[in-house]
Design a protein around this ligand. Structure first.
Ligand code: PAF
Length: 278
């Protein structure tokens, strides 16, 4: 596996494969890789001939009081995992490469990027949309892979590629869970042993909501029930719990069209997100 740090080196390597007619898959990450990331790598290896993983902890998607400084960093282990998974190239730029002096451009996906995660974490989607746009333009992959765990992020990225005519297919990978249902996340390492016991209740709650709603329960009653259930279980704050139409991301009034239950809640200092399809 090649490891490159500059855009020039990345482009030189990818061009050789592109010119040989090989398809390229891109898996953007912020490192601290777990089985969720590795499942996207497997998907890319199945669907394309060359896989490029990017590892960049993007400062622009962290708010002032968020965990940029403490975000888990594990570059050596990450590189080992990627190498043994058969990744062809790892792009590991630093901040000066991604954001040169006087960097002044941003990508903002209005509407879709302003609700739920966008409302709870102002600037988050602008940071994500900007860095993902850059990564896509830098690497020009055939397919880029993103996890459904960050479902709203996936929709934002699909929208920006459509709006900006970036010639890439965006493919989603399913959420990978621990045996007790907790969705894998690099931030799970923040949980204390006691919080780790409580954490799967997040998935349990939204799964129960999905089941009740599909049996005819009123959506608003279920959302209210879910919030109080989480607070009773020991979650400290519920940022949002919402049922949204999968296609439009507007608040679902009923489930005549495909919908998802989405949640973000704090357990102590750790913010967990999850979602399920109804
Ligand atoms: O989902 C993530 O890990 C990040 O938001 C992404 C897509 C790599 C952009 O920094």
């Amino acid at each position: 596996m090649k490891i490159v740090h500059t855009i020039e080196d990345l482009r030189t390597e990818l061009l050789i494969w592109r010119q040989a007619g090989e398809t390229i898959g891109l898996v953007p990450t912020m490192g601290a890789l777990h089985d969720g990331h590795m499942s996207l790598v497997s998907l890319s290896r199945e669907k394309t001939q060359r896989t490029c993983v990017t590892l960049f902890i993007n400062p622009k998607q962290f708010g002032e009081n968020e965990d940029f400084n403490t975000y888990p960093r594990n570059k050596k282990d990450d590189a080992k995992k990627l190498k043994s998974a058969g990744v062809d190239i790892l792009f590991q730029p630093d901040s000066r490469v991604m954001y040169p002096q006087n960097f002044s451009t941003s990508v903002s996906v209005k509407g879709l990027g302003d609700v739920l995660e966008g409302q709870a974490r102002p600037g988050f989607f602008i940071g994500v949309a900007t860095v993902v746009t850059k990564l896509l333009i830098q690497s020009l992959p055939n397919i880029a892979f993103f996890g459904e765990k960050d479902f709203q992020q996936l929709l934002v990225i699909k929208r920006l590629t459509r709006d900006l005519n970036i010639p890439v297919e965006i493919e989603a990978g399913p959420i990978i869970r621990e045996n007790d249902g907790l969705a894998l996340s690099s931030r799970n390492t923040y949980l204390s042993p006691n919080e780790r016991i409580i954490a799967p209740i997040l998935y349990g709650t939204i799964s129960q909501i999905a089941e009740q709603v599909s049996r005819g329960a009123a959506l608003s009653d279920q959302v209210n029930w879910g919030r109080s259930q989480l607070l009773q279980a020991g979650f400290t704050f519920v940022d949002y719990l919402s049922i949204r139409e999968t296609e439009t991301f507007s608040e679902a009034k009923d489930i005549s069209r495909p919908a998802r239950v989405l949640v973000a809640a704090f357990l102590g200092k750790t913010r967990l997100i999850d979602n399920v399809l109804i």
